[in-house]
Design a protein around this ligand. Structure first.
Ligand code: SF4
Ligand code: SF4
Length: 328
């Protein structure tokens, strides 16, 4: 029988996981999404209503104006494009010469009122990070819903047409997530560079699509992925598998080291996974932070140590994993 005891993540580290200077502001604008994918760690969907309020959006705009140290504004959700404040945040970030990343599910461009997006993205030189968990239709539709693969292909062709992946400032990156396991036959994400070549060849030959980079992202046992693993009674074995693949060289590069993640209420976390698991970031004095408090303090670097949990083994397994793909 497999040993399912998990070593607390912080005990695996040689020293506490400290924060570096903050350069990335990741904002989760809300839970509204036109899809309801089986692996979604946010548990987003069309019936969710939580989103930014005008007040918190205004505070975030102020934060973007106030702190030149923020280099990247990374917008996620839900479908960030569907949630309140999306356009204002893109425009505020661009006015301040920050790089803007939008984590887009692609299919949103075909929903009523959202066909402006490809041109809007191109005009603002938004970097698009788009989910395409596989280049085979069946696998994508199984994870994301019927017809999602075809819509994603059309959206990618549309993005190419407005200049994405062919013009220098229009970057289009794709994300691969492994299928969720149904038994204890676990595996790590495949080699990112090799899979990128396979994706590029297939999408180019079959659909004439080009893109810049492929990111492989490990399924962290959070949100719907956690529920799935629990239903299959493989939650603890999956964590144990991730722990057995722990690679200490990834720790230096973890995305939580230099980012803050903000929820739709304006609360601050070390990353989007901690946000979903309700594990807030804390100051040196143990105080919980909000965007309002950061504005009042005039300082973004109030967090000393990153809050960790067992699912952090997902970011440190093998070549590591982050919102920007493999870490090594
Ligand atoms: S994974 Fe992305 S596209 Fe799918 S439901 Fe979640 S937020 Fe929406
Ligand atoms: S889940 Fe990953 S990114 Fe988040 S705190 Fe843990 S190691 Fe860092």
């Amino acid at each position: 029988m497999i040993n399912t005891t998990i070593t607390p993540f912080h005990k695996k580290l040689d020293s506490p996981l400290t924060k570096k200077a903050i350069t990335v502001l990741q904002i989760n604008l809300g839970r509204r999404c036109n899809l309801a994918c089986s692996h979604c760690h946010v548990e987003a969907g069309p019936k969710r209503t939580e989103e930014l309020s005008p007040e918190v959006c205004q505070q975030l705009v102020e934060l973007i104006y106030k702190f030149p140290q923020i280099q990247i504004v990374d917008l996620t959700g839900g479908a960030p494009e569907m949630n309140y404040g999306f356009k204002s945040l893109v425009e505020a970030a661009r006015e301040n010469n920050k790089q803007v990343i939008v984590r887009s599910n692609l299919t949103i461009y075909f929903e009523n009122g959202f066909d402006y997006l490809p041109d809007f993205f191109a005009k603002n030189q938004v970097k698009i990070v788009a989910s395409l968990p596989c280049y085979l239709a069946d696998n994508v539709d199984k994870m994301r819903g019927d017809g999602v693969f075809d819509a994603s292909i059309k959206a990618l062709q549309w993005l190419n047409k407005v200049g994405y992946a062919t013009q220098p400032n229009l970057t289009l990156d794709l994300v691969y997530n492994p299928q969720l396991p149904n038994s204890e036959k676990f595996s790590l994400t495949p080699d990112q560079a090799k899979l990128e070549q396979d994706y590029k060849q297939f999408l180019q030959e079959k659909f004439g699509i080009v893109f810049n980079n492929l990111f492989t992202i490990t399924n962290l046992p959070v949100g719907r992925t956690k529920f799935h693993l629990e239903r299959k009674k493989i939650y603890a074995p999956y964590l144990q598998f991730l722990e057995s693949s722990f690679n200490s060289s990834t720790v230096e590069h973890l995305m939580c080291r230099d980012e803050i993640s903000v929820d739709y209420l304006g609360n601050i976390y070390d990353c989007d996974f901690n946000q979903m698991m309700n594990l807030p970031a804390k100051t040196f004095d143990g105080e919980i932070l909000t965007v309002k408090k950061l504005l009042e303090a005039g300082n973004l670097d109030l967090i000393h140590q990153v809050q960790t949990a067992a699912y952090c083994y997902g970011c440190t397994a093998g070549s590591g994993s982050s919102c920007g793909g493999a870490l090594l």
